[in-house]
Design a protein around this ligand. Structure first.
Ligand code: TPP
Ligand code: MG
Length: 1016
């Protein structure tokens, strides 16, 4: 109200703020009209601009109007008609211009004009109020008992009763007065003026029916206009007879599928869709619309609820394949431990019947962890777009389905939204559908979120939110169509909030009356949506009862037949549930095409060429920072000497793979420069804003593209995204780097639920690489440890079983493992392991504990010889010094991993113990190189075996290495521990303590009597 009065004040006084408001007419500054018939895109603006301008202008208009009402714009016509209607008796018939010019009439007219302006402003404000707040009173809850926005409050500026007109200074007598409609509404259709009564009626219909729209926070006028037009235009919600019949048929399938499962397996959990059966036609409708807009690949992610129904009726998985999942006796015949039926994924290509176009649909396998699949879906969609050159998202799109409680509660939803507009992460618009059954397990939404709607998180990216009552199937279809059109038009995210209910408990075994008695009393009374809609269409004459019953019987028969054939299934193939097939990578049976390792060395000229590009600026007139110049010069010196540091080793790996047509993508926080300022893969012109150069993309004319992208400050979202990206193709090296390895635990869910067990659960390979800076360097408890112990604990190789060596043991072992964990101590080995990752005939996740101080350590360098043709990744680096010359004299063998090697080597040299103590580096920690370790242990048969690490005893590699070392020696030789004592925090925050700890364990490592007389 005060805002409205302030506006009137501005107009009266012509204060500075007013001119802004007056620009409403087509965005141009307010100006006087000289031609009374000249049009303006905003019908209201002439009235306003005149009042703020001059009264003589108004007189000109008035004279013109008196002569012929058609002489002036309609807005003036409405304006003067209003004045005339309210003039004192006797003056109404006055047509003489001269009379008007008399002060008495003029001042009266001015007062009237003031009133009319205020009333027009009021009506405009009222229209805007509906556009902004109409959704708060929309009838969204099919049960009619809860408020979708958790609030009974009716905004005071919505006209829910006549007396509320007073809020705007209007009253009942104004209801039949006509008002000019502003250009920011489409409720008039062809009409530019409407009586107030009709304005309110149409606003109610557009904004307060079964659809509630939240969009006025979007700060783009075109987008707001687009939405207004879609929802305000009169009669826009009309469906053809054919569309209604299609919708009914889809609703029948959705409903009868759940009924069928309930009948056949009444005591099985299936997380049915009852209460939101409309989800199936909803998804199909948005896929139809997207398909006709050119989309031919849709990647979907969804939680448990309704998943089987989506597989059956949207993706069109064979029904017998779904039904046999209910047979507890059928065990998977292929690898892995499998997953429960409502987690499996699926990929299917078919013809879209509505558009007659090919469409590929995939539903990603997902864990129970709600919303975790969101970024994975986005990553996979992005990768498909990337590999298909679909730079605008016109071919490939993603759809994400959410639960109301999870959408509001899970932070990864927010993280995923924040990827949606970033150049290297955008999928050019996702349609989000929230199955808002107004409950999360047993928790009422009022206890589950602090925001009015579960969808408020989407507002951060200016996504429009369409709330819709799921018991009105046509309203839902309309909203879905508009959402798909929105995505096709603006390539931005959009959210559909399907307000529904959950007919049964959380799963079919749960009793909802324990916790939601009143809601469930209502739900029991609630007529099924299929019944309501079929009754309606029969009444409308769209279908006959007989046609309806035949359609139901037809689908029931399909289910029965599939059920019968599912009984013939003798085996289950998890492979049939693969969401991301790699057609030519494996044999037809899904096996690797070979099982031998390939050397990963490189030709000298390739090393030289990459080295030179890495130390130069391939663009002309490109001015780089002097500090970067220095780095490039020192790289050039290294190359001249056929040497490489860490950054060059990485360059060699990426560059050589790009040469072979392998796309390389490195993503993470600040990866372009590198957290430790060693990488500099993106050069910045110091004089031209935003001019950059990525030398890696200037290596060869026909190379694959290199993507290096600084990510948003997220681990969960970004790692999930990269994991999804890596699913799309085996011919790409996808790396995610944590800023410090310590931060990987905010992405723990992706690591635990997808990366470690992904292949076992979902038979799908994934070659993602995690670069996790790790090392105890006195930087405190949060910048020291990537928690190797956790990765190793999840490795599936048996600590107590000494494997048989047959064939290519290295490759066989890699094939059997769930992931590979390495800590490379040299740049060459780092390069080899990255190359091996791609040259292997299968894909496994690769966890690399990467260095910090070693990036610049003068000893941590490799020669080009170490990368020469014929060389390969060293899983273990043996001692090649004096100890190895005379192994029987060696008293102690220290096994270690990572940077501590350099500290040990230096100390050994200082203490002149190079003959007595051998130091062996385990570069591939898991799977454990049993073969190589045994060779070393046998070589130094008289020596004590020690595991040395810089991490605390309950962390690091010790718990993993020790039992395996014991297995290697058949428990005949003790394995001693040297390292930091057990601790709660990964590192001390005190530098002095840090060095003291280091000194203490170094002393033990080189005290040859340290274990004498000790028992283990
Ligand atoms: C991250 C996570 N936390 C907790 C759970 C346990 N859980 C399973 S379903 C569920 C309720 C989900 O509610 P909602 O998102 O509204 O989906 P609905 O089941 O109502 O369809 C919960 C808490 C889970 N699966 N994932
Ligand atoms: Mg819910």
């Amino acid at each position: 109200m005060s805002q409205f009065r302030a506006l009137v004040g501005v107009l009266r006084g012509g204060r500075a703020g007013g001119s802004q408001w007056l620009r409403a007419c087509g965005g141009a500054p307010a100006r006087r009209w000289v031609d009374p018939r000249r049009g303006c895109s905003s019908g209201a603006a002439p009235v306003l601009s005149t009042v703020a301008g001059s009264s003589s202008y108004m007189e000109e208009m008035y004279i013109a109007w008196l002569e012929d009402h058609k002489n002036v714009h309609e807005s003036w016509d409405a304006f003067f008609s209003n004045i005339h209607a309210s003039r004192p008796p006797g003056e109404a018939g006055e047509r003489r211009p001269s009379a008007l010019l008399e002060g008495r009439v003029l001042s009266h007219s001015a007062n009237m004009a003031q009133k009319v302006v205020e009333d027009h402003l009021a009506v405009h404000t009222l229209i805007r109020a509906y556009q902004i707040r109409g959704h708060h009173v929309a009838q969204l809850d099919p049960l009619g008992i809860l408020d979708a926005d958790l609030d009974h409050f009716v905004p005071s500026d919505l006209i829910t009763t006549i007396d509320k007109l007073g809020f705007y200074g209007l009253d009942e007598s104004d209801l039949d007065r006509s008002f000019q409609l502003p250009s920011t509404t489409f409720i008039g259709g062809e009409d530019t003026t409407l009586p107030l009564r009709e304005i309110i009626r149409r606003l109610e219909a557009s904004y307060c029916g079964h659809i509630g729209i939240e969009f006025m926070f979007i700060n783009n006028v075109d987008q707001c206009q687009w939405i207004r037009q879609k929802f305000e235009t009169p009669g826009i919600l009309q469906f053809t007879k054919l569309e209604k019949r299609t919708l009914l048929a889809r609703l029948i399938r959705s409903t009868r599928f759940e009924d069928f499962l309930a009948r056949k397996w009444s005591s099985e959990k299936r997380f049915g869709l009852e209460g939101c059966e409309v989800l199936i036609p909803a998804l199909k409708s948005m896929i139809d619309t997207s398909s006709s807009a050119g989309i031919d690949s849709v990647i979907m992610g969804m939680p448990h609820r309704g998943r089987l129904n989506v597989l059956a009726n949207v993706i069109r998985k064979e029904l017998d394949q779904i039904f046999c999942q209910f047979d507890p006796k059928l065990e998977a015949s292929d690898e892995g431990s499998g997953d429960v039926k409502y987690h499996l994924g699926m990929y299917h290509e078919r013809i879209n019947r509505e558009t007659d176009k090919n469409i590929a649909l995939s539903l990603m396998a997902n864990p129970s962890h709600l919303e975790a699949v969101d970024p994975v879906v986005q990553g996979k969609a992005k990768a498909e777009q990337f590999y298909r050159g679909d730079t605008q998202g016109k071919k490939v799109m993603s759809i994400l389905i959410h639960g109301d409680a999870a959408f509001a509660g899970q932070g990864v939803v927010y993280e995923t939204f924040h990827l949606s507009e970033l150049p290297s992460y955008t999928t050019h618009g996702t349609i989000h559908v929230v199955v808002n059954n107004q409950i999360g397990f047993t928790t009422d939404p009022r206890m589950a979120r602090s925001s009015p709607y579960p969808t408020d998180v989407a507002r951060v990216v200016n996504a429009p939110i369409f709330h819709v009552n799921a018991d009105d199937p046509e309203a839902v279809m309309y909203v879905c169509r508009v959402a798909a059109e929105w995505r096709a038009t603006f390539n931005k995210d959009v959210v559909i909030d399907l307000v529904c209910y959950r007919r049964f408990g959380h799963n079919e075994m749960d009793e909802p009356m324990f916790t939601q008695p009143l809601m469930y009393k209502q739900i029991r009374r609630q007529e099924h949506v299929l019944k309501k809609y079929s009754d309606r269409l029969i009444a409308e004459g769209v279908v006959t009862l007989q046609e309806y019953e035949e359609e139901v019987a037809k689908y029931d028969k399909i289910c029965e037949e599939a059920y019968a054939s599912s009984k013939d299934e003798k085996i289950l193939q998890i492979r049939h549930w693969l969401d991301s097939p790699w057609p030519d990578f494996f044999t037809a049976e899904g096996e690797p095409k070979s099982m031998s390792s390939v050397p990963t060395g490189l030709k000298e000229e390739v090393l030289q060429h990459i080295g030179q590009t890495a130390s130069s600026v391939p663009l002309d007139d490109f001015k780089i920072h002097p500090g970067v110049s220095r780095i490039l010069r020192s790289r050039a010196d290294l190359v001249k000497n056929r040497q490489m540091d860490w950054a060059l080793g990485e360059y060699m790996a990426f560059g050589s793979l790009l040469k072979d047509g392998i796309h390389v993508r490195l993503s993470g926080q600040d990866v372009e420069r590198g957290t430790f300022s060693h990488r500099h893969h993106v050069l910045h012109d110091q004089e031209v804003d935003k001019r950059i150069c990525v030398p890696m993309n200037h290596l060869w004319a026909d190379q694959a593209p290199y993507t290096v992208c600084n990510s948003s400050l997220s681990e969960y979202g970004v790692l999930g995204f990269e994991l999804g990206f890596a699913m799309a193709s085996p011919n790409a090296l996808i790396l995610w780097e944590a800023q410090f390895g310590d931060f990987n635990n905010t992405a723990q869910c992706i690591i635990d639920q997808f990366i470690s067990p992904g292949q076992a659960k979902w038979v799908r390979n994934n070659g993602i690489v995690l670069l996790l800076p790790h090392g105890m360097e006195g930087m405190g408890p949060e910048h020291s440890s990537a928690r190797p112990e956790r990765f190793l604990q999840m490795s599936n190789d048996d600590p107590d079983h000494f494997p048989e060596f047959s064939g290519d043991f290295e490759v066989q072992q890699l094939y059997d493992c769930n992931w590979i964990v390495v800590n490379c101590s040299t740049p060459a080995n780092y390069c080899h392991v990255l190359r091996r990752q791609i040259l292997l005939p299968f894909r496994k996740p690769l966890i690399i504990f990467s260095p910090k101080s070693l990036l610049r350590h003068p000893d941590a360098r490799s020669s080009f010889e170490d990368l020469a043709e014929g060389t390969k990744f060293k899983r273990l680096i043996p001692d090649v010094g004096p100890a190895s010359q005379n192994p029987s004299q060696v008293k102690r063998v220290i096994f270690c991993a990572g940077k501590v090697y350099y500290e040990l080597a230096r100390e050994r040299k200082q203490q002149k113990l190079e003959k007595e103590i051998a130091i062996i580096r385990l570069e591939q920690i898991s799977p454990f190189p049993f073969d190589l370790v045994r060779t070393e242990a046998e070589k130094y048969r008289n020596a004590e075996l020690v595991w040395c690490q810089e991490e605390h005893k309950n962390m690091g590699y010790y718990d993993y290495a020790r039992p395996r070392l014991l297995t290697v020696t058949a428990n005949r030789r003790p394995v001693w521990y040297v390292g930091r004592d057990p601790a709660a925090a990964p590192a001390t925050g005190n530098k002095f303590t840090h060095f003291n700890e280091l000194k203490r364990f170094m002393d033990t490592a080189f005290n040859l009597n340290a274990f004498t007389g000790k028992d283990l």
